[in-house]
Design a protein around this ligand. Sequence first.
Ligand code: PLP
Length: 462
Amino acid sequence: MEDVKIQLSEKDIPKQWYNIAADLPNLQPPLGPNGKPITPEMLTPVFPMNIIEQEVSTKRWIDIPDEVLEILYQWRPVPLRRAIRLEKFLNTPAKIFYKDESVSPAGSHKPNTAIPQAYYNKVFGIKKITTETGAGQWGSALAYACNQFGLECKVYMVRISFDQKPFRKLMMQVWGANCIASPSDKTEFGRQILKEMPDTPGSLGIAISEAVEDAVHDKTGQTRYSLGSVLNHVMLHQTIIGLEAKKQLEMIGIKKPDIVIGCAGGGSNFAGLTFPFAADKINGADIEIIPVEPKACPTLTRGKFAYDHGDTACMTPLLAMHTLGHAFVPEAIHAGGLRYHGMAPLVCQGVVEGLFTPRAYHQLKCYESALTWARTEGFICAPETSHAIAAAIDEAVKAREEGKEKVILFNYSGHGLMDLSGYNLYMSGKLTDYELPDDILNKSLEILKDLPKPEVKKGKKE
Ligand SMILES: Cc1ncc(COP(=O)(O)O)c(C=O)c1O
C-alpha cells in the first residue's frame, strides 16, 4: 500500500513565512499618482502599518505570530494527498500529489491570509474591515477571520457571483458579515457604474474600488480595507502551503517535485504553493512551475507587463504586473475567482524572470477535468481549482506518453460544494467556451498608454 495522505504533525507546522521579495531583486516598486514610488505612509488610510511593513519587507523569513498559529491549527497542517485513483485512471507512471486547502473552515486557501490580516488589524486597533470578493471564497474567509477576532466585516461581492452563489453570501452572514452585490448604490463609484452600465455582471476591479472607497471615507478612522490576493503580504501568508508541502514530500523521500501547478486569479494560491519551490529553482533546481488561468481572462498569457491600477476607479497605486487593463470586465465564466484583470506583481516578476511558465484553458475542458476528478478521487473541486487539475492531468498524460515517472504537485485550492450550479450548467450542456477576441483585448489595453512603463529586468542584481 502506498501512502495516500501524508500528514505533518502539528508541532512541525512552519513557524515562519517565506518572503520571495528577498530573492527577486528586480521587483519594480508600486507607484503613486505622481509616478514616483509610494511611501509606506501613503498607504495608511487603506491598511494598518503592521501590514504595510510586511508589504514592503525584503526580509526572507518573517515570524508567524503565535495568536495566528493558534487559529491556523484548527485545520493546519493540511494533508498532502496522492491522487492514486486518478493516476490509475490515466494509466500514468507519474505520481500526482496535491495539497488539500479545501479543509479550512471556509473551504479554500483564503483563510491562510484572512486570519493574519484580521489579527494585524485587531492589534492595530481597527474595528471594521471592508473587502471585495469574486467567487465568495475570500469574502467568506474574511468573514470567518473577522468573527474570530471580533471585528466587523463588510463584503462587496461581484454581482455575477452574488447571483450564481447565494450560499456563499449565507456563509458570510453565518459568520456575522454584511455582504452586498457590487456594483452597489452604497458608494459613489458603485452608483456611477450602475448609471453607465446598469446590467454589468460586475468585476473584481469594480468591487475593490467600492471596498477601498468605503474604508477611506469612513469618518471614525477605525476602518481599513483588506485584499484577498495580489499584494505581497498576501503571497507571504500563503507560503505556509508550500513550506508544509516541502516537509511532507521529504517525509516520503521525495527531494523535489518535477512539476508544480496552481490556478491563478490574483496569484495567491499559486504563490503559496510554488514560491518555496521557486526559491529552490532560483538556486538551480530543475522544477517546472505552471500558473493556470482561464482563456476568458488570460492575464499572464495575453496581458501586457505594465504599470496598472489594481482597481477600476484607479484608487490603488500603480502595480508592475501583467494586466488586461483596469477597466476590463471579464466574461461571466463560473470560475469567479479567476476573473481579475491583473496579477500579483511577485508572480509577474517570476514570469519575467522565466521562473514560471503560464498557460490558459477553456472552461469546458476544466469542468471535464473536474468531473474526471470527482469520479476518480471522489472530491468535488471549486471551478477555479479545476484549472490546476486540468493541467495536472495534461502533465500526467504527457508523462505517460514520454514514459517518465514525473512527480507532479498541485494546489487543491478549494472545494466546489457551494459551486454546484456551475456543474449543473456544464452537465446539462449549457456552458460554452469564450476566447477573448484580439480587438477587445487591444482596446482594453489602450487604457495603459499614458501610464508609466516598468523596466523589464531579470537575473541577479547588477
Ligand atoms: C478556490 C479558489 N481557488 C483559486 C482562487 C483564485 O485566487 P488566487 O489566485 O488569489 O488564489 C480563488 C479565488 O477566489 C478561489 O476561491
